[in-house]
Design a binder for this molecule. Structure first.
Ligand code: HEC
Length: 171
């Protein structure tokens, strides 16, 4: 290597190290923070396990923050995903929702999983291979969502009948 090349390479390395170091000083909002709300999801243990494994890091207050998530620029990406993910759906705050809203969320969850949108691929590969969903996992999720939908429908039908009777009486 010519002396000039050497200078350029070393200069580049130093600049890279300095930039990496400086990046660590940028404050990242939300990193490592798990707000206090928790919610016990009404789901069979295998479904609960799937949600914890594949969704909880971004859609609950029980995020696991690995070491790399604290190092820029990974920390910036992860903080953004968790903040955005929790804004769209935070399963730890499900007690603020009523049954109807929860069933809507569940339908939405299944749609995302069926479409292959969730869990996000860049989360799964390569750091969270355990979050991959097998066909059996998807079937279990779907069965859980379908059961909740059926229950909500039965309840809605049950609520309607007395009203109809009331109407008959009025006429
Ligand atoms: C790496 C973080 C991450 C993981 C893991 C993840 N999500 Fe998401 N999810 C997001 C983000 C971020 C959004 C916001 C919309 C977007 O950016 O696509 C979102 C949006 C959603 C939405 C709302 C979609 C809409 O447009 O209304 C649902 C439902 C959802 N995710 C379900 C799931 C389910 C179910 C799992 C697990 C199987 C899961 N997500 C795993 C990050 C994640």
């Amino acid at each position: 290597m010519s002396p000039r090349m050497k200078k350029i390479v070393i200069g580049g390395l130093v600049a890279g190290i300095v930039a990496f170091g400086a990046a660590q000083l940028v404050p990242v909002k939300g990193i490592g923070s798990n707000p206090p709300e928790r919610f016990k999801i009404d789901a069979p243990p295998e479904v609960d396990a799937i949600l914890r494994r594949a969704c909880f890091d971004c859609h609950s207050n029980e995020t696991r923050w690995p070491l790399y998530s604290r190092i820029a620029p990974g920390s910036w990406l992860m903080a953004r995903d968790v903040t955005k993910g929790r804004q769209h759906l935070n399963l730890s705050k499900w007690d603020e929702a009523d049954d109807e809203e929860r069933v809507l969320d569940m339908e939405n969850m299944w749609e995302q999983v069926e479409a292959g949108e969730m869990p996000k691929w860049f989360y799964v590969y390569p750091m969270h291979l355990a979050a991959r969903l097998s066909d059996a996992d998807k079937a279990a999720l779907k069965a859980w969502v379908d059961a909740a939908k059926a229950k909500a429908k039965a309840k809605a039908d049950g609520d309607e009948k007395p009203k109809e009777k009331q109407k008959d009486k009025d006429e």
